[in-house]
Design a protein around this ligand. Structure first.
Ligand code: SAM
Length: 372
């Protein structure tokens, strides 16, 4: 029989399994225990629902190796996300209780348990299911029954594995600890047997544990008092529109861009009325009269009493772009939610009319690059 190969590779299938779970349940707080070089965290960073991502590993060197890949990119600053995202990495053992891992919706232990010594494996359920007590836990581990199908696999799959379990061994261990800590466990896996081979189960066996109770505030508060033992290796808060400085910058960029476009359009329209000989040219090529010093026709602002129009207008030497008009642009509306928020963000960043209803630009043809 052909040696088994997995496409996508098995580790990617494990990450995809977790990603689907996170996206299906729209989980916000996720921790990966035994995260090594943070590969799963890098995948989960792109789940739009995740707001807190934590990695824990006993090996600080492994954490430091690729932790920079969890840092925000320039694009994250240029176009901050709506959601907030904090990423933290800790050095410490899964057998230690630290409040940093309390309050999670999901804790994943991917290919971790088989690396634990007997004494650590004994402590593991009390720390993860008893103390950390997240809403869900995913534990994956090799299925030893699959090993004969793997090329060159004569004993354990990795020299650091302390054991490898059959389906029966894993399921009996998982069912026992689930019962003890009031969780339900369902079994699944990734990497199926190839056609024609004996049914031995998945190459990677997975247990998905779901907590059966709601933890009381009292209990969480008590556990929060536990001593901090993990060492913080990395901590980053992504720029997000939840932060006022990024939100204001996004509103200013969006709203003033459109305000500027409206100003240009209005001036071009008006100038083209003055420059008859060129009016046959395409709009982009029409030049305004260089000696222009005002409007040939008196301009009547459309906002007369009872007039509800929100179109930009010119009054005196100023162009008025009503905030209502800017707010009617879908992207500005989506960002701000109300004209009052738009006004608040624009105040101090652009000149506003005395009643605060419009952004004002001076009409300055000579110094305006679009017209000079
Ligand atoms: N979960 C990672 C993945 O899927 O890409 C890799 C897991 S790697 C095979 C096992 C990891 O568990 C190692 O990085 C190791 O340092 C870590 N580990 C071993 N014992 C641990 C412990 N007691 N507490 C936390 N991490 C531990």
């Amino acid at each position: 029989m052909e040696p088994v190969t997995f496409r996508p590779p098995l580790y990617k299938q494990r990450y995809q399994f977790v990603k689907s779970l996170v996206e299906t349940h729209k989980l916000k707080k996720v921790a990966d225990v035994g995260c090594a070089e943070c590969s799963l965290l890098q995948v989960l960073k792109f789940c739009g629902c995740v707001e807190l991502l934590v990695g824990l590993d006993i090996d600080e060197r492994a954490l430091r190796e690729k932790m920079h890949t969890l840092s925000p990119l320039p694009a994250n600053y240029l176009q901050p996300d709506k959601r907030s995202l904090t990423v933290c990495l800790y050095q410490g053992s899964v057998t230690e209780k630290d409040p940093a891992l309390l309050g999670f919706e999901l804790i994943t232990c991917i290919e971790l348990v088989e690396h634990l010594e007997e004494a650590q494996l004994k402590t593991f359920p009390d720390t993860v299911l008893g103390f950390m007590a997240p809403g869900m836990v995913v534990i994956s581990t090799p299925n030893v029954e699959f090993n004969p199908l793997l090329p060159g696999c004569t004993s354990f799959r990795h020299h650091d594995h302390k054991f490898e379990w059959s389906r029966e061994q894993f399921q009996s261990w998982a069912t026992d600890i689930a019962g003890r800590y009031n969780y339900t466990v369902e079994f699944s896996g990734v990497g199926g047997v190839p056609a024609g081979a004996k049914e031995v189960g998945f190459c990677t066996q997975i247990g998905v544990f779901t907590r059966n109770y709601r933890e009381s505030e009292e209990s969480i508060k008590r556990k929060m008092e536990a001593k901090r033992v993990y060492k913080t290796v990395f901590h980053v808060v992504y720029p997000s529109l939840q932060e006022e400085k990024y939100f204001q910058r996004a509103v200013i960029n969006e709203a003033l861009y459109y305000a500027h476009c409206m100003k240009i359009k209005l001036m071009r329209n008006l100038c083209s009325e003055d420059v008859e000989p060129e009016s046959h040219l395409p709009e982009t090529e029409q030049k305004p009269n260089a000696t222009w010093s005002g409007f040939s026709k008196p301009y009547t602002p459309p906002q007369t009493e009872g007039d509800t129009t929100i179109e930009p207008f010119i009054q005196g030497d100023n162009i008025y772009i009503p905030l209502q008009r800017l707010f009617s642009i879908p992207s500005v509306m989506e960002l701000c939610g109300s004209v009052d928020v738009l006004r608040k963000m624009v105040t101090g960043k652009a000149e506003l009319s005395s009643d605060g209803s419009a952004v004002i630009f001076p009409v300055d043809l000579e110094n305006d690059s679009e017209f000079s």
